[in-house]
Design a protein around this ligand. Structure first.
Ligand SMILES: N[C@@H](CCC(=O)N[C@@H](CS)C(=O)NCC(=O)O)C(=O)O
Length: 223
């Protein structure tokens, strides 16, 4: 049986997992989850019920986006692509993980406050944006030097970060478009402007037990 991916279309963690699955061409069964009414099959697994989560053909569970990404790489038959995404040298791997941790622990914190500033009235939206901008400044300094975060070729660092930067940009698109982060803008466009991303963001109806199987990535995919 093909592995099953519980996913939520707009979730940045799920987007990065789907992006890697699509890029390396590993097929899964997709179950689109509505967070407010999670399916019984997901809740029955017990423990955390966040998305994305993947259950492989042996019933082994991968409960975090990074677990799913490394599972996908393990099943990728293109060694060159695999080595580009997850560098062979430890120094490259450490850099990738440092970016991901910085994103997940620091940037995500300020992104949530900037996105929902009305739920965090202790500071202004502008304050939250400025905190998040410290991350954008770091990205910009890096992206002046190379096309992607580690070098001129894309690694997992880029894929794992861009869905969060996309959300940050979307809070006030006009501000972002006229901001001084021109290299961040081009970097983000290189992802969201691609056919691969369109496929990753296909709209799926909420999954219901017994429905026809939906596969991801969709059959016809380009990059
Ligand atoms: N660290 C997790 C975070 C996943 C996460 O927070 N997902 C959110 C949606 S964006 C979620 O499922 N929230 C509902 C819940 O936690 O029950 C990962 O990398 O997969």
């Amino acid at each position: 049986m093909t592995a099953v991916l519980y996913s939520f279309r707009r979730c940045p963690y799920a987007i990065r997992a789907r992006y890697v699955l699509a890029l390396v061409g590993v097929k899964v069964v997709l179950r689109e989850v509505v967070l407010k009414s999670k399916p019984e099959a997901l809740l029955r697994l017990g423990g955390r019920s966040s998305v994305p989560q993947l259950i492989d053909r042996n019933g082994q569970r991968y409960p975090e986006s990074l677990d799913i990404i490394f599972w996908a790489l393990k099943h990728c038959s293109n060694d060159k692509l695999k080595e580009t995404l997850w560098r062979r040298q430890t120094v490259g791997q450490n850099k990738i993980m440092a970016w991901i941790h910085y994103n997940d622990r620091f940037f995500k914190h300020w992104l949530d406050r900037y996105k929902y500033a009305d739920r965090y009235p202790e500071q202004t939206e502008m304050y939250y944006r400025q905190q998040g901008e410290r991350f954008l400044q770091r990205l910009e300094r890096r992206l002046v030097q190379s096309r992607y975060l580690l070098a001129d070729d894309m690694s997992l660092a880029d894929i794992c970060l861009f869905p969060f930067v996309r959300q940050f940009a979307a809070v006030n698109q006009q501000w972002f478009e006229s901001s001084r982060y021109s290299n961040v803008r081009s970097w983000l466009s290189s992802f969201v402007g691609g056919v691969l991303f369109q496929n990753v963001m296909t709209k799926w109806p909420a999954w219901k037990e017994g429905q026809e199987t939906v596969y991801f990535p969709p059959e016809k995919i380009g990059s």
